[in-house]
Write a protein of this length. Structure first.
Length: 151
């Protein structure tokens, strides 16, 4: 298998670090940087929780999606566990999310106050110093089990 990773120069490292820091800041509930790090043509590749074909595009779409995700949880904090791993114009990272269930998640039987913890992997494609595409794979089955959601 051919290896495609590349060494990023100091300017590239600083740009990727700025994007990653802004990405985490946005997922942690501060949306002030979204328009500076997310491309207007941004697109998410993810399976929506309830099925269907929900499309998330642009900075506003991402902020709306994050706000909906965060609505059922208090003190939800995302941190990087592994990475970032840089491959040309992509960043990959494994994250951990911890927080407290605040109630209101569809189908949940867990009481408000239940501690939650789940992980995931993000792959971000960078174009012109902005995040242009996002692939996510998270262990939602762990979160749903913690919340007592039954299929």
């Amino acid at each position: 298998m051919e290896q495609h990773s590349t060494t990023i120069d100091t300017n590239g490292q600083a740009a990727f670090r700025r994007l990653l820091d802004g990405w985490l800041t946005t997922w942690n509930g501060d949306y002030s940087l979204a328009n500076t790090i997310i491309s207007p043509d941004f697109h998410v590749h993810a399976a929506p929780l309830g099925g269907g074909d929900r499309t998330v595009e642009g900075p506003d779409g991402l902020v709306e999606w994050i706000a909906q995700t965060r609505a059922a949880f208090t003190e939800l904090v995302f941190t990087v566990e592994v990475g970032p791993i840089v491959d040309r114009d992509h960043l990959a990272l494994r994250w951990i999310a911890v927080g407290t269930y605040g109630g209101g998640f569809p189908g949940a039987t867990a009481p408000a106050g239940t501690a939650i913890r789940f992980t995931g992997i993000d792959i971000l494609r960078i174009e012109q110093d902005e995040i242009a595409e996002y692939w996510v794979n998270s262990d939602m089955h762990v979160l749903l089990a913690t919340l007592g959601v039954h299929a």
